[in-house]
Design a protein around this ligand. Structure first.
Ligand code: ZN
Length: 390
């Protein structure tokens, strides 16, 4: 008789073997046995099951240290496709990826100011439909849909509790998407999602403690502690964009005053560049134009980026002092201005963070650029297959 404990042990071992194959990329059964400490028969049985399911494939022969050459195993990138949705404040982007998170197709639609929830959801559906048309045939088909949203969520239920910059409250987005698409659906805050993406497939792969700072129209953070996303007691951790950095500061849409995101975001940059009394400026001005102006030597644009970088750096000092991470990744739209901000961010951290004298914290920019959240949404789905729980 197989007991519940035995089933659980088998699942844990299977997850362990899958993750070793994923992390090492090319590995033999004997090497897996050596790394995991599982006996060869157990490893072989699990690998056979994974090959049968189509998750793992055998690919060629490795080097022999005497005796038969070992068969090399790797994850089958054609096992399934995944759809990642990045719902931004002023855009929605959808990405189709294979089982190794390689992008097969992607498309972005801009959102207009004041667009209704129904109109935005229609745009999401349009893009997902197009992604499905572009999906190649795979063993498992579409494995799931992951989604990052700009607000606080109940990630278990898939509810957007509040997205201040979109003005959405208590939207059961998982149910809305689930009514149209018959697949597994995962929802989380955009910075959390991007942090998982960096940890699984990006700059953060080799780091156990990292913070992804999402500096877009707002600011948020995804915090990975000991390889796990830190969600807090209610799944609301990481709302660092709303920590007060100026007690006499401006009023924020969250209800607080002097929030970090008012000074270290795209929103801040646009405000700094706006001529006084020109309320239409922010509607017409795009970040990309200001980057170009700065690169062409506009002092006003250069100083505006310097101010955003200064406040970004000061907030990062607080994060480093609180969490002692190994790596800070700056992502979202502000990261497009990497060359205009990174030196100032590093200077501020160096001058103001006394703990960095005793650590080797790295500050980098996301290699996924503005795709970080969509790739993270893909990782959200894939991590569900590889983990018992993330
Ligand atoms: Zn706020």
């Amino acid at each position: 008789m197989i007991t519940g404990d035995q089933v659980l042990i088998k699942q844990i071992n299977k997850s362990l073997v899958m993750n070793i194959i994923r992390e090492k990329r090319n590995i033999s059964r004997a090497q897996i046995s050596k790394i995991t400490g599982l006996n060869r028969a157990t490893v072989s049985a699990i690998v056979d099951e994974l090959i049968y399911e189509g998750i793992v494939i055998e690919e060629g022969l490795g080097e022999s240290k005497g005796g038969r050459k070992p068969i090399i195993l790797r994850i089958n990138e054609n096992y399934a496709c995944i759809i990642g949705i990045d719902l931004g404040v002023n855009y929605v982007s959808v990405l189709l990826a294979n089982f190794n998170a390689k992008t097969l197709w992607s498309k972005k639609l801009m959102l207009n100011i004041g667009e209704s929830q129904e109109e935005i959801i229609d745009k999401i559906f349009t893009l997902v439909d197009e992604a499905l048309i572009n999906a190649p045939k795979t063993i498992k088909g579409i494995l799931g849909i992951g989604m990052g949203v700009p607000g606080i969520t109940n990630h278990k239920e898939g509810i957007i509790l509040k997205a201040p910059n979109l003005n959405w409250e208590n939207v059961n987005i998982k149910e809305i998407i689930g009514e149209k698409y018959d697949t597994k659906i995962f929802i989380d805050n955009e910075a959390n999602v991007a942090a998982i993406g960096e940890k699984w497939f990006g700059t953060g792969q080799k780091f156990k403690n990292l913070i992804y700072v999402s500096a877009g129209i707002g600011v948020g953070a995804g915090i990975i502690i000991n390889d796990k996303l830190f969600r807090g007691a209610n799944g609301l951790a990481g709302e660092l964009g709303h920590m007060t950095i100026d007690v006499n500061g401006m009023k924020c849409s969250c209800g607080n005053i002097g929030c970090w995101e008012l000074y270290a975001s795209e929103k801040a940059l646009i405000r700094l560049m706006s001529p006084q009394n020109d309320i239409n400026y922010s509607k017409n001005k795009k970040l990309i134009d200001i980057i170009e102006q700065a690169r062409n030597g506009s002092i006003e644009a250069i100083n505006s980026f310097k101010s955003v970088a200064k406040f970004l750096g000061l907030g990062i000092v607080n994060l480093i002092n609180t969490f002692d991470p190994e790596l800070i990744i700056i992502g979202n739209t502000i990261s497009l201005a990497y060359d205009l901000i990174i030196d100032e961010v590093k200077r501020i951290v160096n001058d103001n963070c006394f703990t960095t004298k005793h650590s080797k914290v790295k500050i980098e920019v996301s290699r996924f650029g503005t795709d970080a959240c969509a790739i993270g949404a893909i990782a959200l789905v894939i991590s569900d297959i590889f983990s018992l729980s993330f």
